[in-house]
Design a binder for this molecule. Structure first.
Ligand SMILES: Cc1ncc(COP(=O)(O)O)c(C=O)c1O
Length: 375
């Protein structure tokens, strides 16, 4: 064995022993199960017009953007998407990225730095955690949803500060206290970065706009095109001065190939659907509250229901029982849960036909009842 093979085998054995081994499970194109684990909340990734827009863009522009954005990889399609995203979210300007992960890396790395402070909610997504590391900023991680702790961190340090939150949190599905956070940021001249990954689409143009915070001088937005918009890619939205700074300084933007034309066009068409079919987000919200009531859990601010389980074993067994009846749900166990509680993560998808939705809801109701008290 080479030194590397030995190291890999030790790493793999350690994960296996801890019950943490991850594996990939390729799924067929035609769904064998009802998917209540994905993030295609509005079902737009399979919408005929969205798929056709992607195919037509690939024919017209090619399969890839062909270069990074500052070389020849900025297409008119990107410019149109940036204008339409900014208009929908009520922001002055937008910049699109090849993933939401890149958008988060870029904004924090380019605005943070050794002379900056980042105050981060304890539940933010891994991409924001990695972004803080990349930025080399001073960091204060504060308890989840705790505005007083954010204020204390800002009061204790007068560096230029960013505050990180998600509008709807990805695992628990709860909502950040955005208005209070924005007020606190304004009081300390800090910048609030709100990741709308799970708010955009499910809550129309997102919570920042819904709460009247779009265009607020102390609020920036990041978003992904790969959840409710059913495509792939990410965006940062805010003042033109921030977009210009990212174009000049954000390495995850500068040294990455532009968003693929098919993805840009699919996101544009999905945006059009959002504008013209508000009933899609109404359906998601209705299904979410019905299912939350049926499962006896708190309703979500978005389309993510968090179903606490009594143990990691119960969570795994419940997930397997649902799958055996044709329903896929997510299963989160320590250490991948922000609060140490094992849970099923159940997501709503407006694209599932009514009859399949009713069957999947009934399966979940029965499974949760069976496992919520054991084993
Ligand atoms: C809150 C949050 N932000 C960012 C991302 C990253 O987005 P993308 O999958 O487009 O890279 C995700 C996706 O998992 C997410 O849940």
């Amino acid at each position: 064995m080479t030194r590397w093979e030995e190291w890999l085998a030790t790493e793999s054995a350690a994960r296996e022993a801890a019950g943490l081994r991850r594996t990939l499970r390729p799924r067929p194109a035609e769904g064998a199960t009802t998917d209540l684990a994905g993030n295609d909340y509005l079902g737009l990734s399979r919408d005929p017009a969205v798929m056709e827009a992607a195919a037509a863009a690939a024919r017209r522009w090619g399969a890839g953007a062909g270069a990074s954005r500052l070389v020849t990889g900025t297409l008119e399609l990107h410019a149109q998407l940036e204008r339409e995203l900014a208009a929908y979210l009520g922001q002055p300007a937008a910049l699109v990225f090849s993933t939401g992960y890149h958008a988060n890396l870029a904004v924090v790395a380019a605005l943070g730095g050794r002379d900056a402070l980042v105050v981060s909610d304890a539940h933010v997504h891994a991409s924001l955690v990695d972004a803080v590391r990349l930025s080399k900023s001073h960091v204060a991680v504060v308890p989840h949803g705790d505005v007083a702790a954010v204020e204390a961190a800002l009061a204790a340090d007068d560096r230029r500060a960013l505050v990180l939150a998600e509008s709807v949190y990805s695992v628990l599905g709860d909502e950040a206290p955005l208005v209070a956070l924005a007020e606190t940021c304004a009081a300390y001249d800090a910048l609030l970065v709100v990741d709308e990954a799970h708010g955009l689409g499910v809550r129309g143009p997102g919570l920042v706009r819904e709460l009247g915070l779009a265009g607020h001088p102390h609020v920036l937005v990041t978003a992904t095109l790969s959840k409710a918009l059913g495509s792939q890619g990410g965006a940062v939205l805010g003042p033109q001065s921030v977009v210009d700074h990212l174009v000049n300084r954000a390495r995850p933007f500068i040294f990455d190939t532009g968003l693929a034309p098919a993805s840009a066009a699919a996101a544009l068409e999905a945006l059009r659907q959002l504008r013209e079919r508000p009933e899609l987000s109404d359906l998601v919200r209705r299904r979410m509250s019905d299912l939350a009531a049926a499962l006896g859990v708190a309703p979500s601010a978005g389309a993510v229901l968090s179903v606490p389980m009594p143990s990691p074993q119960a969570a795994v067994a419940a997930q397997a029982a649902a799958l055996a009846q044709g329903v896929t749900v997510g299963c989160f166990r320590p250490p991948s849960v922000p609060d140490g509680i094992s849970r099923l993560r159940v997501t709503i998808n407006a694209g599932i036909p009514d009859a399949d939705w009713a069957r999947a809801s009934a399966v979940l109701g029965q499974v949760v009842k069976e496992f919520e008290t054991g084993p």
